[in-house]
Design a protein around this ligand. Structure first.
Ligand code: UT7
Length: 326
């Protein structure tokens, strides 16, 4: 019998404050119609200034735990994927563990930009499959509003704040079956935060140049994203002999509705088999995929074939095939 890792619970959190396209019209030279047509986004959530990424991660985990018979003390490991950690160090996972009272857990952060949640999910699954752990929390959380320049219309319309969490446990049927990942570091310059790392440490100059905000060459990233996400999803389908009829849902990273549509089209999947909530939350980076699972949880059935897919900065992309377990 092969031990697999299955998602056995999901939690999510989005801040109450809504930032609409209409409100953005007053901040930058943009308009509601352009944003809807080019991205599919209608509004996004913004976290209060005095709250951090860990606070959203905690909310998502508490929501998750409330649906189980477990307490935080039962958790063995917490992996947090984020590009907006509370601090450069310590890891946000440690802060979350402390806040929820996960006294028997260890943890660490991961960063694979917009694909981070899939990378973290696959990493977490290894600890289950190896038999090392029985309960692993994988959290995708981002306060993108701190990374966004609200004077830059190229990026400020895209992003929002949120967090999602899943619990991984051992199973002998269903669970995570297969995956494929890729990176292309030569694409790194097209989507990045230029300053604040060891190459360009924070200085008055970097602050003046606004290099602590997201820089994106949208058109180039779009081109690579459409191909990368569709290719890798198709490859995972092929290597598991899955046809569109076999697939219950595609759960794509929510960066642009047009990228989602292109991936779904290539996979031959109709709209009703594609999870989309970009219109409400925009691109929450590491939270997009778990927030979709959170919203669709009630519709999922044991044995459903689910394909997760993401593309983002790095470039880093990937797809996971799993069978829903509950
Ligand atoms: O999650 C991580 C991965 N990221 C992505 O996958 C994002 C990939 N990229 C995209 O989603 C799209 O490229 C964007 C949504 C960022 C931009 O859409 P686009 O269709 O590629 O637009 P564009 O950059 O080619 O710009 C088209 C026009 C330009 O005007 P001209 O040069 O044609 O006169 C822009 O200046 O739209 C203009 N424009 C805007 N107009 C109104 C750019 N941003 C805006 C705006 N409002 N916010």
């Amino acid at each position: 019998m092969i031990t697999r890792a299955a998602i056995t619970a999901v939690g999510g959190y989005v801040p109450e404050k809504i930032l609409t396209n209409k409100e953005l019209e007053k901040m930058v030279d943009t308009n509601d119609q352009w944003i809807r047509d080019r991205t599919g986004i209608e509004e996004r959530r913004i976290l209060d200034k005095d709250r951090a990424t860990s606070d959203m991660g905690v909310e998502a985990i508490l929501n998750l735990l409330s649906k189980t018979n477990y307490s935080a003390e039962d958790i063995d490991l917490i992996i947090v994927s984020t590009v907006s950690p509370d601090y450069v160090y310590p890891a946000t996972a440690n802060i979350i563990a402390d806040k929820i009272g996960a006294v028997n857990s260890w943890g660490f952060d991961m960063n694979a930009a917009c694909s981070g949640f899939l990378y973290a999910l696959r990493t977490g699954s290894q600890f289950i499959e190896s038999g090392m752990h029985k309960k692993v929390l994988v959290v995708g959380a981002d306060k993108m509003s701190i990374r966004v320049d609200y004077e830059d219309r190229n990026t400020c319309i895209l992003f929002g704040d949120g967090a999602g969490a899943v619990l991984l446990e051992p199973t002998e049927e269903n669970g995570i079956i297969d995956s494929k990942f890729a990176v292309d570091g030569s694409g790194g310059n097209f989507l990045m935060q230029k300053a604040g790392g060891s190459k360009y440490p924070t200085s008055l100059e970097t602050l003046k140049n606004k290099e602590h905000y997201i820089y994106q060459d949208g058109r180039t990233v779009f081109k690579f994203a459409v191909k990368g996400m569709a290719d890798i999803t198709e490859e995972v389908m092929k290597q598991n002999n899955l046809t569109a009829d076999d697939v219950a849902y595609l759960v794509p990273h929510q960066a642009n509705k047009r990228i989602i549509d292109a991936t779904a089209k290539r996979a031959g999947l109709p709209d009703e088999k594609v999870m989309v909530n970009i219109q409400k939350y925009g691109n929450t980076t590491n939270a997009t995929i778990p927030l979709c699972l959170w919203e669709w949880e009630d519709k999922l059935k044991p044995g459903d074939n689910i394909l997760l897919a993401a593309f983002g900065g790095g470039f880093a992309w990937g797809s996971i095939y799993l069978k829903w377990a509950y």
